[in-house]
Design a protein. Structure first.
Length: 241
């Protein structure tokens, strides 16, 4: 039995035991994508029309760690919207890629809805959101340039990497990632840029030399006006009395 077959078998037994009245069930995650490792779990999305709320719960059953995401046929729509608003399509991605384990006739509709959302992409950034990100990256670069504390620099660079990834993907209308999904999201956008991104930060963590990181960040900002500090404002200032 292959890992995938084993996972499907375990997921079906899990649903029979814990969610026997579920109407639609998807199995998603690294198992489905063919990227399973020894620490992979089963991501299972359950739709139960009798519920009026959603929840997430973790189990260890049938030899697998299992993350189950439980929704009604209304709550998942709120999550789809929230995922699009924050540009991280975790639930739509799982529904789109998932193997159908149980179906009352609505699974295809949910899949098509998820695929359409993924194709549309996240809500585009407005100029104020671009400027806000430029300002945040500028502050991080100023901190990094002025710092003489290598321990603090580790965390400044970590934050900078996350913000640069977000900036590049959002200004190009792409979905962003989190954790290991950062590199995956960058590769979906542009393989060459993703390789450069990884190389720059990998070199920093090996050598603690920060000039390439700073230069890389400045090059990312340059087409959008470069660093931003002077004149940046949030809200509206009150006139002097």
């Amino acid at each position: 039995m292959t890992i995938r077959d084993s996972a499907v078998h375990a997921a079906k037994k899990f649903i029979e035991q814990y969610f026997p009245v579920a109407e639609v069930v998807f199995l998603a995650g690294s198992i489905v994508r063919g990227e399973a490792t020894e620490s992979s779990d089963l991501d299972i999305i359950v739709f139960d029309g009798s519920l009026d709320h959603s929840y997430r719960k973790s189990f260890v059953e049938f030899g697998w760690p299992i993350e189950v995401f439980v929704h009604s046929f209304h709550t998942y729509k709120d999550f789809f919207k929230e995922n699009r608003d924050r540009a991280r399509p975790s639930l739509p991605q799982m529904c789109a890629e998932g193997i159908i384990l149980k179906d009352n006739g609505q699974a295809a509709s949910i899949k098509n809805e998820a695929l359409a959302l993924l194709k549309r992409g996240p809500l585009p950034w407005k100029s104020k959101e671009v400027d806000s990100a430029r300002y945040e990256i500028t502050n991080l670069l100023d901190d990094l340039e002025g710092s003489t504390n290598p321990a603090e620099d580790l965390f400044t660079v970590s934050r900078l990497a996350a913000k640069i990834h977000e900036f590049v993907l959002r200004v190009n209308g792409c979905w962003i990632g989190e954790g290991k999904w950062i590199v995956r999201a960058l590769k979906e956008f542009n393989e060459e840029f993703a390789e450069c991104f990884v190389s720059i930060f990998d070199e920093y963590y090996k050598t603690r030399q920060k000039q390439r990181v700073i230069g890389f960040a400045d090059n990312v900002l340059k087409p959008y006006g470069g660093r931003l500090f002077e004149g940046y404002s949030i809200g509206k200032s009150r006139p002097k009395e």
